[in-house]
Structures are given as structure tokens and as C-alpha cells.
Design a protein around this ligand. Structure first.
Ligand SMILES: Cc1ncc(COP(=O)(O)O)c(C=O)c1O
Length: 374
């Protein structure tokens, strides 16, 4: 099986499993877990922030970060309409935090144009919610893993500083962004107030994210993490692989980008495929099938599954993500399978009755989960 559904499917490396087995642990709710402390200290240093905290997921990281910034009632956060926070986090900031989301249109390259942001900022008026935060995403998942330029991020920071607004970065894949830009990750995180990044995606850890930012902010996130049920006990067993994510796995992301680029270039050469190769910057490859293709995107995904290549439906098209658990050879193989299917006359393609993910859940069709963002 060549699993290109997401980089979340990576399994812990042998070194991670060993580190988990040998981790020194304590009760982290009491602040006793030395491995968690090491992870948090290293994470803060790596992204150049005063403090960091380990949380169970990217979703909890973003939620607790937004609530920590928007701690006055009546707050509103500005988010992109294609952002993960708006699209895929169950409206947690509104449901659980009473924070309104003000969406602005996301440009194809993941940017939130300053003109749109200007319009979204509320007047200091009794009728209005209080604009308290801007959130951005880098790399941008629904924009095909593209990277926000440092120039754009600098202009956003200048704009936000003028208004006294903090910026939270959903940096689930911020190390992919740093590798693509050829910079230390601090060049990116230095332009925002706080960041959430995932250890459990391209960095290969089985669980967990980090929220980093100023000390008083992390103090508030700590309380919110407890409130949300994210205070964990002997969690050094999960922090231990996270340490390896930061020390080792960040160094190999270029390989995933190279694999994605080979895939994207190969797909672009197929007349039945529509792909914006200018937006393939990292490990995500999004594409559509043209009308000339011998089958629909939905059937295409099913046929690929039958041939052991797993991709997902995404924004009306298809998404493939490269990661630690797919080799260059497997990516090449996946490309060959994709091109072979699209080059077959439609009457030769046998549609499978039913195809399922590893756990038996149908990938497309009426019973398929709608979580197609991953
Ligand atoms: C951009 C982005 N932010 C946040 C998340 C949420 O992370 P988690 O699945 O750990 O909650 C994801 C997950 O895919 C993501 O792609």
C-alpha cells in the first residue's frame, strides 16, 4: 500500500519507539515529567519563543492559542476562509470559547490580502465585537501546501503591529515552510506572536503539537489545556518521540518535497490532469481531472485504491501527500499507476464495488467520512 492520504499516517520510527520505551516520565499535570520539560524547552528555543507547551493535537493547540489571545468576552478573530481553523476545527473557538470568526477570502497562494484584512478590522464602537487576533497558516493545507513568503509575512507583521494586533500562526507544517524557503524556522516564527506546530505530521511523532509564544500567553494556554482535558500524566512517552521530531526529522523534509515535485511534474505532463505546479512548494500535491479523463475523480480514487495507491478527495479534486513512510521509489510507482489508469480506455477500467481505508471506512461515497482535509 502506498499511502499518500496525509503525512499524519506516518508511523513512529524505530528510534522513536526505543525512545518511548526508555523515556523518563512523571506526572506532567504536577509538572513532574522531565521529558516533557526537555521537549518544551527545546521547542521554545527552536522557534525562538519565550515558552512552549506540549498539547495533544494541532486542533487543541490552535483552539487554546486563539482563546488565550481572545480572553476578553466579545472578541473576534480574523481568519482565512480556507484556513484549517475555519474549515476543520468544528468551530471550537466559537462553540467553546465564545469567540467570533471573521473570515476574509484566502488568495490562491494562501495569503490573506492586507486590503481584505483592513476591511475586517472592527471600529472601536459599542456595536462591534473587538478585533483581537489574526490567524494565518503556513504551509497552507487547502492551498496545496504552498508557502507564505517572508515578504508577505513581514508586511502582515508591520500592519498588525500598527494596529496592536497579535498574529497566531497555524504552523502545523511550519518546518516544511522553512525548508522550502531555505531559512531557519525562526525567520518565520519571528514574524508572529505565537505558533502552533505539529509533531505528528511530517515530523513523524505519533501524537502531539507544540504551542509557543510569550510567557504570559503560554501561562494562559496551560490553564486552557487543562480546561479542555489536555492535561496528561506520564506523557514523557509521547514527548520522547517529539524530541526526535525536532532533532532529526526536520532535517529530512527536503526528501518529501523532492518526491512531491517529481509526482507533480509527472502529473502535469498528463493531458487529463489539471495541476497548479506553481503552488507545489512542499509535500502536498493537489490536482483535478479534466473532462477528457476516462473516469470521474471519485471513481479514479476507488480504482487507485484497488491498485494499492491511496489518495483523498480534496476541494473537488484529489490530494496526495508525501512523507517519511513513502519512498522515492513508491512515489514513482504511484505516478506510474495514476498515469496507467488515466491512459486506459474507460471500458477497460473495472470499478471496484466497494473500497475502504485501512480501518474499513469507505474513502468515497455516501458512507465516506467528510473529513477530507487530511
Ligand atoms: C494546517 C493544519 N492545522 C491544524 C491541523 C490539526 O492538527 P490535528 O489533526 O493534530 O488536530 C491540521 C491537520 O491536518 C492541519 O493541516
Amino acid at each position: 500500500m502506498i499511502d499518500l492520504r496525509s503525512d499524519t499516517v506516518t508511523k513512529p520510527t524505530p528510534a522513536m519507539r526505543k525512545a518511548m520505551a526508555e523515556a523518563e516520565v512523571g506526572d506532567d499535570v504536577w509538572g513532574d515529567d522531565p521529558t516533557v520539560h526537555r521537549l518544551q524547552e527545546l521547542a521554545a528555543a527552536v522557534v525562538g519563543k519565550e515558552a512552549a507547551i506540549f498539547v495533544p493535537s494541532g486542533t487543541m493547540g490552535n483552539l487554546s492559542a486563539v482563546l488565550a489571545h481572545c480572553h476578553e468576552r466579545g472578541s473576534e478573530v480574523i481568519v482565512g476562509d480556507e484556513s484549517h481553523i475555519f474549515q476543520y476545527e468544528a468551530d471550537g473557538v466559537s462553540v467553546l470559547g465564545g469567540v467570533g470568526m471573521h473570515t476574509v477570502p484566502t488568495a490562491d497562494n494562501g495569503e490573506l490580502p492586507l486590503a481584505a484584512l483592513n476591511k475586517a478590522v472592527r471600529a472601536d464602537d459599542q456595536h462591534c465585537p473587538r478585533t483581537s487576533l489574526v490567524c494565518i497558516e503556513n504551509t497552507h493545507n487547502r492551498c496545496g501546501g504552498c508557502v507564505l513568503s517572508l515578504e508577505y509575512m513581514q508586511s502582515l507583521k508591520t500592519w498588525a503591529d500598527d494596529l496592536g494586533l497579535p498574529i497566531h500562526l497555524d504552523g502545523a507544517r511550519v518546518f516544511n515552510a522553512a525548508v522550502a524557503l531555505g531559512v531557519d524556522v525562526k525567520a518565520i516564527t519571528g514574524l508572529v506572536t505565537s505558533v502552533q506546530f505539529c509533531l505528528s505530521k511530517g515530523l513523524g511523532a505519533p501524537v502531539g503539537s507544540i504551542v509557543a509564544g510569550p510567557k504570559p500567553f503560554i501561562h494562559r494556554v496551560h490553564r486552557l489545556r487543562k480546561m479542555l482535558g489536555g492535561g496528561m500524566r506520564q506523557v514523557g512517552v509521547l514527548a520522547a518521540p517529539g524530541l526526535l521530531s525536532l532533532t532529526d526529522m526536520t532535517k529530512r523534509l527536503q526528501q518529501d518535497h523532492d518526491n512531491a515535485w517529481v509526482l507533480a511534474k509527472g502529473l502535469a505532463a498528463c493531458p487529463h490532469i489539471d495541476i497548479r505546479t506553481d503552488l507545489v512548494h512542499t509535500n502536498i500535491v493537489c490536482f483535478d481531472l479534466r473532462k477528457s479523463a476516462p473516469l470521474s475523480a471519485k471513481d479514479f480514487i476507488l480504482v487507485l485504491q484497488q491498485r494499492d495507491v491511496y489518495v483523498i478527495p480534496f476541494r473537488g479534486g484529489i490530494r496526495a501527500v508525501t512523507h517519511y513512510d513513502v519512498t522515492s521509489k513508491q512515489c514513482q510507482k504511484a505516478l506510474e499507476v495514476i498515469l496507467a489508469v488515466l491512459n486506459e480506455p474507460s471500458q477497460h477500467i473495472k470499478l471496484p464495488g466497494k473500497c475502504a481505508m485501512g480501518n474499513g471506512t469507505p474513502l468515497v461515497g455516501p458512507e465516506a467520512p467528510t473529513v477530507n482535509g487530511y
